[in-house]
Design a protein around this ligand. Structure first.
Ligand SMILES: *Cc1c(COP(=O)(O)O)cnc(C)c1O
Length: 485
């Protein structure tokens, strides 16, 4: 039996694989013009077998599915690392303005001055925020920005005749995209150990003349600021390498520290994380990349450049080339632009301060009930582990039980350096009441693990589906409608 959100009992058979032969969602007037014939090659031999439903059935189907989903607009969403956060509705208004939404990507520069101005100003604002003099807004995601940055690093070394530099150092706290990107850009990945944060000694031990770059995330995926970053950058430079920063966690630094000032050479931004643009189901995103001055010629192009009072696409001279057709995910750029302009410099700094405060508030309330693997102060996110949970209860059980309490679970089992990791990122927009309710639920679950562990092991019980075969869902996804027998 399935009970819908309205309390009505629903017929499960009608929920998804639903079709009634002959039913239609449209009614057209009788044909009163000569019928046209389509060219043979364009016609199907057989009717495709789509579901046959009335308009009302279709509307109800999708409306119902939408209520089974959970998002930032339905409740607290503590996923760490990905910063699913505030998506101001005014951004949606901005990116739907016809002059921005309808501009064709092949419009000649002199007729696209508004869009070019926006892209130019966004490049400038990101440069100011990060401390990198040159920025390309072309890459379409964080990982794509990483690729752009690593290709620029390769081109920079090649331009200096350093073809021997084929290795990239990556700490064990890194997001999986980092080694994947380095490999895709043609480098060999050398994993290095961190003690929560990277030590100068560990970097020094690996920093040979075969190393092209160190790839580091700051703050890292444990939510910890890389306290040795300046000394590490100096050492890598001294030995002829460059430092790439994964900027996915930039929302912990806005208005407080600029990666370019810390000695970092290249960094990508995730506009869809730090600058509040929605990113469900893998896209769309935008991953601009910023570089220090002598790497600017290698940025992916073209860039928006200024000529007196007008703007055009051009260069850069030694560019690694285009990374995609046209000019990137423009709609995401408009949203990020609107966000940065509406927040202002003070507002961005305030967002960072509140993000750090909120993460530390959650940390303070849960410390003692959940094991904290690193005592170092947290920035915008905090990572616990399941080490001290009784009765063989694990991170997955806590995550599933949180669903019964009405919450989307935090990120689990990442970063990989923490066994049974529970990574919580509240973000800056949540009120103290929301954080308290969430922490109360987490504490109640820790109590249940001791008193009645079956509650955790059987969870979730209040959802339409219980525990899923997540591996099966990933390996053999069933994504299309199938006609019921
Ligand atoms: C999200 C994320 C990435 C990858 O960014 P995408 O936009 O998803 O490609 C890389 N590193 C870290 C730390 C991230 O959180």
């Amino acid at each position: 039996m399935i009970v819908g959100t309205s309390g009505l009992v629903l017929n499960e058979k009608l929920l998804f694989e639903h079709s009634d032969a002959g039913r239609k969602g449209y009614s057209l007037p009788a044909l009163d013009v000569p019928a046209a014939t389509l060219p043979d090659g364009l016609c199907r031999e057989e009717i495709a077998g789509f579901p046959e439903l009335s308009e009302v059935d279709v509307v109800r189907h999708f409306t119902r599915l939408s209520t089974w989903n959970y998002g930032v607009d339905s409740g607290f969403y503590p996923l760490g690392s990905c910063t699913m956060k505030y998506n101001p509705k005014v951004n949606e208004v901005a990116c739907r303005l016809p002059g921005l939404a309808d501009v064709h990507p092949a419009t000649p520069d002199h007729l696209a001055q508004g869009a070019l101005t926006l892209m130019y100003q966004l490049q400038e604002m990101l440069a100011e925020i990060s401390g990198f003099p040159a920025v390309s807004v072309q890459p379409a995601a964080g990982a794509h920005g990483e690729l752009a940055g690593m290709l620029a690093i390769r081109a920079w070394h090649e331009a200096r005749g350093n073809a021997r530099r084929t290795k990239v150092l990556i700490p064990d706290t890194a997001h999986g995209t980092n080694p994947a990107t380095a490999a895709l850009a043609g480098f060999d990945v050398v994993p290095i150990a961190s003690q929560g944060v990277l030590t100068l000694e560990e970097v020094a031990a690996h920093m040979t003349d075969e190393v092209a770059a160190l790839m580091v995330t700051n703050p890292n995926t444990l939510g910890l600021f890389e306290t040795n970053i300046e000394a590490i950058c100096a050492l890598v430079h001294e030995r002829g390498g460059l430092v790439y920063c994964d900027g996915a966690n930039l929302n912990a630094l806005l208005g407080i520290a600029r990666p370019g000032d810390l000695g970092i050479d290249v960094m990508h931004f995730n506009l869809h994380k730090t600058f509040a643009t929605p990113h469900g189901g893998g896209g769309p995103g935008s991953g601009p990349v910023g570089v220090r001055a002598d790497l600017a010629p290698f940025l992916p192009g073209p860039l928006a450049v200024r000529d007196g009072d007008s703007y055009r696409f051009a260069g850069p001279p030694g560019s690694v080339g285009r990374l995609l057709a046209f000019h990137g995910n423009f709609g995401i750029m408009v949203r990020a632009f609107a966000y940065i302009r509406s927040m202002g410099a003070q507002g961005l700094r305030h967002a960072t301060e509140m993000a750090v405060l909120n993460a530390n508030y959650v940390r303070a309330r849960l410390e003692g009930s959940y094991h904290l693997p690193y005592a170092t102060r947290s920035l915008h996110e905090v990572v616990f582990s399941d080490r001290d949970l009784p009765n063989d209860c694990h991170t997955l059980d806590v995550a599933k039980r949180l669903i019964d309490y009405g919450y989307h679970p935090p990120t689990i089992y990442f970063p990989l350096v923490v066994k049974g990791a529970i990574m919580i990122e509240p973000t800056e927009t949540e009120s103290q009441e929301t954080l308290d309710e969430f922490c109360d639920a987490m504490l109640a679950i820790a109590g249940e693990a001791g008193a009645d562990p079956e509650l955790l092991k059987n969870a979730p019980v209040r959802t339409r589906t219980r525990r899923l075969d997540e591996t099966g869902a990933a390996r053999q996804p069933r994504l299309k409608w199938e006609r019921p027998c």
